[in-house]
Write a protein that binds this ligand. Sequence first.
Ligand SMILES: NC(=O)c1ccc[n+]([C@@H]2O[C@H](COP(=O)([O-])OP(=O)(O)OC[C@H]3O[C@@H](n4cnc5c(N)ncnc54)[C@H](O)[C@@H]3O)[C@@H](O)[C@H]2O)c1
Length: 302
Amino acid sequence: MVEAVGPGVSLSVGQPVALSWLVACGRCRSCRQGRPWACTDSPSFAHRLPGGGTALAGSDGSPVMSYCGIGTMAEATVVPEAAAIPLPDGVDPAIAALIGCCVSTGVGAVTKTAAVSAGSSVAVIGLGGVGLSCVMGAVLADAAQIVAIDRVPAKLDVARELGATDGLVATDDPGAAIEALRDLTDGGPDFVFEAIGRVSTVELAIESLPIGGTAVLVGLTAFEARAAFSVYPLVDGARRILGSNYGFAVPAVDFPRYAESYLAGKLPIDRLIDRRIGLDDLEGAFDRLRAGQGLRQVVIFD
Ligand SMILES: NC(=O)c1ccc[n+]([C@@H]2O[C@H](COP(=O)([O-])OP(=O)(O)OC[C@H]3O[C@@H](n4cnc5c(N)ncnc54)[C@H](O)[C@@H]3O)[C@@H](O)[C@H]2O)c1
């Protein structure tokens, strides 16, 4: 919700907004070629406002940077206008928070990056906020089969409630997982989404592909991580590997669209929120995330 605006800003006070963690520079090669999600010169990467300054300063006057220029774990924040995307009236701020990251990342990976076609078989490895959003995207795309995979059995139940048709509990044996996935999907899923960011599950995703299948890598590994795959079957079987950053989101277009889908009951984003917490609960919330417990925890400000 906008509380105040600076000079020349066209947003109104009281306007519901979702915050985007990537403000495109509009000038780099990616931006010029219509790929703002791949902007290489975004001020967001410098954790500063577009002019290079910061909204906050320490008591000694030194600049205090806010993460990706939005720094959301605070009661109020100052963001560039381009990071505050207007949403339709009636959207709960908790829903807006999820649209700004996991929903756009997961739904967009399925509907935009991969452009999954109706009737396809889809597998999603990792059922956090991003993976469950992939499941919701696959439902929107009218996939015929959606296999949800996680090491935590309770996540499979949530995925089924969102529309997954099958579930697999991941074990430490990737060979068994590939075999089970192939058995369930007539030789392998048309599309598999890796939404964890682990080398072993990236390799599992690629290895499970049938001829013509597509692996979409959404999870972020450590920067220096490398994965291996067999080249011959990839080439010979016209298999594809795609990277998906921010679900190819064009925030000003896609955020309100996802919000409208939520309001129309087509994107049950509220099902991803299982805890509403205060700022004081943050450390415990991170512990729960690390332990793979729960779904999305949203900080509420009274
Ligand atoms: N590409 C992008 O633009 C983008 C944007 C946001 C987040 N991400 C990345 O997406 C990934 C997922 O984010 P998230 O917020 O959903 O994470 P999360 O921690 O909420 O969820 C991860 C899920 O993976 C499961 N998991 C972990 N290890 C597993 C294993 N070996 N086998 C099966 N399941 C396993 C966990 O139980 C959990 O359900 C992260 O790597 C994150 O950095 C990417």
